[in-house]
Design a protein around this ligand. Structure first.
Ligand SMILES: [Zn+2]
Ligand SMILES: [Zn+2]
Length: 989
């Protein structure tokens, strides 16, 4: 296997070179308190990613009699990436949102399951392997179907699912034991069963219709796989000779207009509007088709637009969907003039063998030479391209398989619309997508499910060589039918087409949980079944436990491709599966998922769509290497406000890496103190950790406050995640950790961590215990968004002996604690204190007080009586905090401003006023210069204002508010001038 394959090798081994899986044994190792000095995400993330997978921490076994379903199930099906895919920023975003919810629910005690897998991606994978075969100088046709398909399997075994490897490294907490591939045997059985049932129900039919044909991929593709682009092309006007009574050309012409002249070789008529007076006299006449010589009729049809071109259109049923419908109405034949590669076939006479565009040129030239080209006009039209290979799609008559979509669509509409009680079986977030979905579903066309590919689920239908009828095999048939079910002939051959990839992925919500082969185990799924033990009862343990899934998180781009089809197929097939208690399944329980969350797009920092051609693609793996997975996840979460695309900016990621660093440093501070405490015999009992911290009524203010803050934060985070407000959750956690915990609480708690000989040991221990408790709880709060650093530090908190294998298995901070411990009085008092300290710090800065210098503070006595808070008492009780955080030497109270002596700058702090006592050392000469300049400037300002205000013409014309503003400016300048003059006079000589 040579060059081209290397490009598709899984990337994570190359990107994250590190220890091999088995040389690393963290579980046995103790995680010590002494963390490395600096936070290095790559050093910790690889290690934990491997540990989580190796320890199989996120497996959700099939429920058994011994471990029946308890608690709420929360199940997410990962949108299966293409087996050929690599992880891009959109994936990382989608996976981060899913993982946050999954981790959060798991910690809340739900029975969570996140199912990973890959899609065989028919066209994409076949194209990729085909290119390899071609690079070796062969074609897939030379290899033959069987050898080619084996070659694709070979490729998949070596390189498939690189994206899942990347997901492992990024810590996605999926159940790896349930990983599936859409071509797995059990999933293929589901595909066959679904096909057979729909066929038997008369909902699958086969016939010749116009399809979108890709000449490169040589297959039909669905309407959804065609992308339209505006193109500047031409409208050719061609003269078709009218045949006279005598069978010879009458000399009259009918001019038609077309954008695709090459298809005229397949014309079978020309149509005009029945009321078009220009052509009434031609009714019943025939035309001679130029270049071909055949006679074709003129038909009348109201569909023809009199305003388009000349009002006469050629009819080519084999190459245009509208013409096809016209042909059906008028019982016209269809002449297909192109082969699978869009070359003209034998029907095209002398043009046979030419590529469609070469033929176009030749035909136009020949028409011109024969004087039949009436004109060429510029014309802009929408041209369809194959979504996969960008080749221009050729609408073409072709025999295909279709799903008669109506009854399926009806159910899929009912599942999303509110029922009589106003309930919806499936809820969309953001809500606007419900309308988009319904609009599409209400206008849906039959679904062309056959593809002329080799890679995929081959259609389980056999054609009989004798009676020509079709035999569709049920999956139970061993292994394929050998005789026609109609006439018994053994001359049967299997259909060569495969099914549209979305046919199998549309079945995933039912098929990954065992439908229809209840009784057989899903390969790799752990645990014996409690029911399928040979007593003849089908095993539906997985289906009963996990269907319907709870939530689908996906992008808008596959709303119709996948989401809509899962709803159609899921509702259709699960209806027959009774509920666990044997009762019939309602529509509400037939849906594949109860909620759909459509996430935003990740764009570049300038809000441009990322694209390879623009070269602005941000590779998530590169950003992760630089800043760590946690910081990237936090960035994505913090920007995920509903309905708004994300403008991904690494500057923010850098900021969140600094946030992680802050937490790391907080942990180091904490561990240093834990170790120092241990030296004098103070230890924190690990059994007090793991729950929601509480504070005693007589605990110091900061303790009661931080506990109350933690509870309030937990309440808000839970609420935000409940509503998919990842941005709010991230912002609340950030504010708590950085602001409340690090900036305030840690600074204050330093006062309490007294390890001296005179220390009150009980107080020190109480302070240390609360500190560790709050930090441990905050790590659990953070864990769903930043799983790696929280895991590392959590193990360190327990000194390598944690109560569970992972913080992901610890419990989340619960919602209802908030009301139990809410402490509005502590929160109110702390706000007053913070306000005072903030103003004092600002005042120090304004007055250039050197950082190391402590200064006296004077406070005006005041008392406000909210929550029983007396401000004097507040200051007195917490004077140590004020002194430490604002660098204050002494605090004295004054009754009124004028009772305090000296030149003081009074500042309002909300509940009172404060002043710092500080005699600024100044450079008198420099200050004199500055004041002189200031005086000159203000004099100039006043003069300017006076001039304008003295101008009668100006005053007449200027709007009142301008004049008013000017007066204010003058007053301001006057005030500043007086102050500067006063200051100058006060300067010592
Ligand atoms: Zn194509
Ligand atoms: Zn037969």
């Amino acid at each position: 296997m040579g060059g081209p394959l290397a490009l598709n090798a899984p990337r994570w081994t190359g990107v994250f070179p590190r220890l091999s899986w088995d040389t690393w044994g963290l579980a046995e190792e103790k995680m010590p308190h002494d963390l490395p000095k600096s936070y290095d995400p790559t050093a910790i993330e690889d290690r934990w990613a491997e540990y989580w997978v190796r320890e199989n921490l996120f497996a959700q076994p099939t429920p058994t009699l011994d471990s029946p379903i308890d608690g709420q199930s929360f199940t997410i099906l990962l949108p299966p990436p293409n087996v050929t895919g690599n992880l891009h920023m959109g994936h990382m975003f989608e996976h981060a949102e899913s993982d946050i919810l999954i981790r959060w629910r798991r910690m809340r005690g739900d029975r969570v399951l996140w199912v990973p897998g890959t899609d065989h991606a028919g066209i994409a994978t076949q194209m990729l392997v085909e290119r390899q075969v071609v690079s070796e100088g062969k074609t897939r046709q030379q290899l033959g179907r069987e050898a080619f398909v084996e070659r694709v399997w070979e490729w998949r075994r070596h390189y498939g699912g690189a994206i899942l490897g990347q997901m492992k490294r990024l810590g996605a907490s999926v159940d790896w034991q349930r990983e599936y591939f859409t071509m797995d045997d059990n999933l293929s059985i589901a595909v066959r069963e679904a096909f057979a049932r729909l066929y038997e129900q008369g909902l699958i039919y086969r016939g010749a219709y116009i399809v979108n044909w890709c000449p490169r991929c040589q297959t039909a593709i669905s309407d959804l796989e065609v992308v339209y682009d505006e193109h500047k092309g031409h409208l050719w006007e061609i003269r078709y000779p009218v045949v006279g009574e005598d069978g010879k050309d009458s000399g009259e012409f009918l001019t038609i207009a077309t954008t695709r002249p090459e298809t005229m070789l397949g014309d079978v008529a020309v149509a005009v509007h029945p009321e078009d007076e220009r052509y009434l006299h031609l009714k019943g006449k025939k035309l001679r088709l130029p270049l071909a010589g055949r006679e074709i009729p003129i038909i009348l049809d109201e569909w023809v637009s009199r305003d388009f071109g000349t009002g006469a259109v050629k009819v080519t049923p084999a190459h245009d969907p509208n013409d096809f419908a016209l042909g059906e109405r008028h019982h016209l034949p269809s002449i297909n003039v192109m082969d699978d590669t869009a070359h003209i076939n034998a029907e095209g006479g002398v043009y046979a063998g030419l590529d469609r565009y070469v033929a176009r040129k030749r035909i136009v030239a020949d028409l011109e030479e024969q004087g039949l080209l009436a004109g060429v006009k510029d014309h802009t039209n929408n041209i369809g391209h194959c979504d996969r290979c960008k080749t221009v799609v050729e609408p073409r008559l072709s025999t295909q398989w279709f799903v008669k979509i109506q009854p399926l669509a009806d159910k899929a509409i009912a599942a999303v619309k509110a029922d009589a009680d106003g309930k919806k079986a499936i809820r969309f977030t953001p809500e606007q997508y419900e309308k988009t979905y319904l609009n599409w579903m209400e206008n849906i066309h039959d679904w062309c499910i056959s593809r002329q590919l080799w890679w995929g689920h081959r259609i389980p239908a056999w054609h009989c060589g004798v009676c020509r009828k079709i035999t569709v095999a049920r999956p139970g048939a061993s292994p394929d039918p050998t005789a026609c079910s109609h006439c018994g002939s053994t001359q049967i051959t299997q259909e060569t087409d495969v099914l549209d990839t979305w046919f199998s992925s549309g079945l995933l919500p039912v098929s990954v949980f065992g439908w229809p082969n209840f009784g057989a185990r899903t390969p790799g799924a752990p645990g014996p079944s409690h029911l399928g033990t040979g007593d003849g009862v089908p095993d539906r343990a997985d289906f009963d436990a996990f269907y319907p899934t709870s939530l689908l998180i996906t992008g808008f781009d596959i709303l119709f491709f996948w989401v809509a089809r899962m709803i159609m197929l899921g509702c259709w097939f699960s209806t027959d599966v009774p509920m666990p208690d044997g009762s019939p399944r309602s529509l509400a329980d037939s849906v594949p998922f109860r909620e759909v969350y459509i996430h935003a797009l990740v764009r570049d920092a300038n809000r441009e769509k990322m694209s390879k051609t623009k070269g602005n693609v941000v590779d998530p793996i590169e950003v992760v290497k630089q800043y760590g997975t946690d910081a990237v996840r936090f960035t994505l979460a913090s920007m995920a406000s509903p309905g708004t695309d994300i403008a991904f900016n690494v500057a923010r990621t850098e900021g969140y890496r600094a946030f992680a660093n802050k937490i790391w440093n907080a942990a180091r501070f904490l561990f240093q103190n834990v170790d120092r405490a241990a030296e004098i015999g103070i230890t924190v009992d690990p059994s007090v950790l793991g729950g929601m911290p509480t504070a005693a009524l007589d605990a110091p203010l900061e303790e009661r406050w931080i506990v109350a803050e933690l509870h309030a934060t937990a309440g808000k985070v839970n609420q935000s995640l409940e509503e998919y407000r990842f941005d709010e959750a991230a912002s609340i956690i950030y504010q708590f950790f950085w602001g409340s915990f690090c900036d305030w609480y840690l600074e204050i708690v330093k006062l309490r961590l007294d390890f001296s000989e005179t220390a009150d040991m009980a107080k020190t221990k109480a302070a240390l215990t609360t500190l560790v408790q709050v930090f441990e709880a905050a790590l659990r709060l953070l864990s769903p968004i930043m799983p790696f650093i929280s895991e590392e530090l959590w193990h360190a908190v327990y000194d390598g002996d944690p109560p569970a294998k992972s913080i992901a298995l610890a419990s989340y901070l619960a919602q209802n604690y908030q009301s139990d411990v809410s402490d509005p009085r502590a929160q109110f008092r702390m706000i007053l204190l913070q306000d005072l300290i903030r103003v004092a710090r600002e005042e120090r800065k304004n007055r250039d007080i050197p950082e190391k210098e402590s200064v006296p503070m004077i406070i005006i006595s005041s008392s406000i009586q909210e929550f029983g808070t007396d401000s004097n008492e507040l200051v007195q009780q917490n004077s140590d905090i004020i002194q430490r955080l604002a660098k204050i030497s002494t605090i004295t109270f004054a009754d009124r401003r004028d009772t305090a002596s000296g030149d003081l700058n009074w500042r309002s702090v909300g509940f009172t006023e404060i002043a710092l006592v500080h005699n600024k050392q100044i450079d008198v000469a420099a200050e004199r210069e500055r004041l002189k300049k200031e005086i000159a400037q203000q004099e100039k300002n006043i003069a300017n204002a006076d001039r304008q205000l003295g101008n009668a013409g100006f005053l007449e014309k200027a709007p009142a508010h301008i004049v008013e503003g000017l007066k204010k400016q003058r007053d301001e300048a006057k005030r500043l001038l007086d102050k500067a003059r006063g200051d100058l006079d006060a300067l010592p000589e």
